[in-house]
Ligand binder design. Sequence first.
Ligand code: PEP
Ligand code: MN
Length: 338
Amino acid sequence: MIISTKHGTPQIEITKMVESFQSMGLRVSVITGTDYTVMGLVGDTTHLDEKRIRANPYVDKVQRVSEPYKLANRLFHQEDSIVSVRGIPVGGKEKLVVIGGPCSVEGKEQIINLAREVKEAGGHMLRGGAYKPRTSPYAFQGLGTEGILDMVEARRVTGLPIVSELMSADKIDEFEECVDLVQIGARNMQNFQLLKAVGRMTKPILLKRGLANTIEEWIMSAEYIMSAGNPNVIFCERGIRTFEKYTRNTLDLSVVPILKLKSHLPVIIDPSHATGDWRYVESMSLAAIAAGADGLIIEVHDHPESAWSDGAQSVRPDRFRTIIEKGRTIAQVIGRDM
Ligand code: PEP
Ligand code: MN
């Protein structure tokens, strides 16, 4: 971190600042100019609050040169992290994972049938929401515990690990017991209490990007989970809010190379919520693979026109199969498999 003081700052104030940083275990290099002084702080500055330093009336500028995150930072963890989801590795240089399933669990028969189709098409995990974050309080809110138990049954029948969204900490025990990959939805990406709570879980976390969050804010949310004790975090890009109206959100595929550079954690893409339209799911899936994503999470439904949520963006099982087949070819071109 680099701090420069205002013109005419008394030496005693500079000494006070230097001593306070040193007492935090940081080394301070001081460059004294004719008009102002520059301090370079060396060491772990993740705990420093720039705004608090800026509150000092003698401080002119504060500039971070290192990232505010440590555990999620590639700098301190050169190897790709591989997160195991009930034995299935996510991340690394080889295999990609494909997660498929409905937006919402609609009953035992529905989810078991879809689980079979997802598996036959080549999918590796089953998704299904039982607690749904809906914009309208009058919209279907999910089957709750019953939905989770239906997912458990679908796992028993097909062997596919199950992925579901946790919306509040009061359901943590249920998820710890039943769910293999715990999804934190876009709307909860900065629910810091929830992030700390899932940081104490033993299950891996699928952390979706917030509706309007920067990549750095997103990585800081992963840092929350990791600093509470859970190193198993997978990023999921699901599109962000922009001015564009032809898609539900704008898929930001640049996050793939950026996250790969900044962090060691795996990243997967959700082309369903990103586009909001099944017509665009295949092309965006293939693009995501080409961009280097570690996997896909796709909404799949047998009868999208009567789905209880997100039918317009759900693909039928045959298209899901096509995406996997074409995706495998693209994956092989870039030296991976699916
Ligand atoms: C979902 O996965 O069904 C969902 C609600 O996703 P998001 O949080 O990305 O909107
Ligand atoms: Mn959905």
